[in-house]
Structure formats: structure tokens, C-alpha cells
Design a binder for this molecule. Sequence first.
Ligand code: SAM
Length: 280
Amino acid sequence: MSGIDDLPPLRQVIADHDLRAKKALGQNFLLDLNLTAKIARQAGDLTGLDVLEIGPGPGGLTRGLLAEGARRVLAIEKDARCLPALAEIAAAYPGRLEVIEGDALKVDPLAHLTPPIAICANLPYNVGTELLVRWLTPADWPPFWSSLTLMFQREVAERIVAQPGSKAYGRLALLVQWRAEARIVLSLPPEAFTPPPKVSSAVVRLTALPEPRFEADAQVLERVVAMAFNQRRKMLRAALRGLHPEIEEILVSVGIAPTERAERLSLEQFCALARAVKAA
Ligand code: SAM
């Protein structure tokens, strides 16, 4: 018995279906069902929620999400070898698990799920940041998801929650924190995975704010932040020179010293700057 359901232990699932991890697919599996249940619990109360999972692999986290009471789980997996193992889970939870074989970057979850939707995944590291950026930049806000509970390399997790003045602070922190609440809820050493990756990992939980924390045009804000951090060691008046011919005056008009550097500006200051640039 596995502990959270009557399905076989994951080591047996891996052996039965010959699921040797492939590096190219970012496969570092979680085989401890207590740990996958713990990650699923970080997603909050799942009762009555549809859940999107990217890269279920042999299904450890999928089992946790279903055992935690998710109404329905849509799991998108690129590796066809995992499908028989996932079919066993679907059979144990009739009508609650839909598995799509394919690339998560190409599937529209709304064709399969109904909001409110929680997204929970031990993501393949090679597509994790791309998916996060996509989920944070929809055409309209609030987005189709209410929360994201995602595994990242520890270094990426730290960039997501970083505060001004730290080395990790930059585009990702500002993009995330403008429209979401983000915190690291779990840290995992490499040995938690099979095979172990080279670096430590962390689970980040993000909740979508009903509206952005401060007013700003999304595109202008993104441009200002990108330019400011492209040359993060330069003073803002130099880094942002290409943005507007009167950038020094604009900076002063919102109370920012033109000699200041990007990594010391708060989100609120970046939003004020984006508004002033747009109005200029
Ligand atoms: N969730 C499983 C676990 O915790 O044991 C597996 C995690 S493993 C880090 C990442 C999974 O994502 C692998 O099963 C891999 O095949 C799958 N994957 C990689 N790229 C993908 C993509 N573009 N779309 C969907 N799944 C993908």
C-alpha cells in the first residue's frame, strides 16, 4: 500500500513501466508519496477546484492532488511512456483525471477545465520559467488561475520572491509581485528526487491578486523594467536613455534620483515611472 491510495508504490510503477528518467525531458521524479502529498497540500483546499498539472511523469503529485480532493485534474505529459502509469491512476479515480499527451506550451487548459483553477506542478525546469511568465502575462487580469504551486530550482524561486537591494531582485520578481502574492513554502534538497538534480529546489506558491498592486500599463512597465535591468550596474539615467529623450526629468518628476540603480527601486517606484513614461 502506498499510503495515500491503493495504487502500487512509485518505485514499482517506475520498474513496471520501465520509466528510466530522460535528461532531455527534465525528468527528476518525486517517488516519496508523503512528500507529494505535502506539496499537494501547499496548493490549499482543492475541494471543488479544477487542477492543472504539467508533467505528471509517473504520477506521484497527481495522486496527491486527487487524494487532496481536487474536483478534476488535467495532467499534460510529453512522455508517452508515462501514459500507462497515469491510466492506472485515472482508473482509481473515475472521471476525475484527464491525461493529455503533449507539450504543455501548446495545450489550452481552458478547453478542458472550468475556473476556479489551481495550477500545481513539479515542472520540467527547461519550460518552468516560460510557463510562469505566460501565466503572469495574460491578455486580461485576473487570469484563469487562482493559484500556482510550482517547483523551481532554488535560485529561480529566490528570484521570484526577491526584494529590492538583493542580487536576486530583477525582472522576474517585479513581473510576479506586480500581480501576485508569492512565497517559498517548501525547500527540497537534490536527494528528494530520482535521479537527484545538481541543485536544490523549492516550491513557490503564488496567488493571483484581484488587480495589480499599483496602476501601470503592462507593456510599458515590462519595457521600463527590462531596460533598467539589462544594464543593472548602470545609473538609471544611462540605462533608460533609449526610453525617452527626457528621461532624467521624468525620473526626477516621480522622485527618483537619476543616479539611482535599478536594483534599488521598489515595485511601486517602477510603476510610478512607467505611468510617467507613458504620459510623457
Ligand atoms: N511530476 C513528476 C514528479 O514529480 O515526479 C515528474 C516531474 S519531472 C521534473 C518533469 C516532467 O515533465 C517529466 O515527466 C517530463 O516528461 C515532463 N515534461 C517535460 N517537458 C514537458 C512539456 N513541454 N510538456 C509537458 N510535460 C513535459
